[in-house]
Design a protein. Structure first.
Length: 178
């Protein structure tokens, strides 16, 4: 079971560049949407199964958020290119900058035995879910060739940006609170 859980995490890492190619090179939006839905579901299932069967591990705790970040990064890049969207590129850049910053905070906290400061919070889990919803919405809009859905997807992306920045500020304050 532990191997299966790890494979779910690795699946997201491998799916990310495949989705990028499906969107930007092949314009296979339906396949990209399907693969992204499977990758998003794998995020839920690997955590659920690890907790249910008490198979949580240090490797899993490290790789799971990295797999999410890799998936989000590839999707933001692909959508920025495919939609030629300054907004998606800028908001995505801020989201990615926060991810790098929090990664640095986690490294700093690990070195200082202060890992509780950057332990994944419930709001951070909501952040990932809303990021996935925003990206899924963009893919659905591309697949259906529906500009209204793509336009509305910008609001989901903006909401995810706000939550992303909020969690980054929270982790920063917790790290340097002394």
């Amino acid at each position: 079971m532990n191997l299966f859980i790890q494979l779910l995490t690795y699946f997201r890492i491998i799916a990310a560049p495949a989705i990028f190619i499906l969107i930007t090179v092949l314009n296979f939006y339906g396949w990209a949407l399907l693969l992204f839905m499977l990758a998003s579901a794998s995020d839920y299932w690997d955590g659920f199964l690890a907790r249910k069967y008490k198979l949580e591990s240090t490797v899993g705790a490290v790789l799971d958020p990295i797999a999410d970040k890799i998936l989000v990064a590839f999707l933001i890049l692909a959508l920025s290119i495919e939609l030629s969207s300054i907004f998606v590129g800028f908001a995505g850049g801020l989201i990615l900058a926060r991810e790098f910053w929090v990664g640095a905070l986690r490294d700093l906290n690990a070195r200082n035995q202060n890992t509780e400061a950057t332990k994944v919070s419930p709001l951070a889990k909501i952040k990932t879910t809303i990021q996935f919803i925003a990206l899924l919405s963009f893919l659905l809009g591309l697949y259906l060739n529906n500009m209204l859905i793509i336009f509305l997807s910008n609001f989901f992306l903006f909401l995810s940006l706000i939550i992303t920045l909020q969690t980054g500020v929270s982790y920063t304050m917790a790290t340097f609170k002394k």
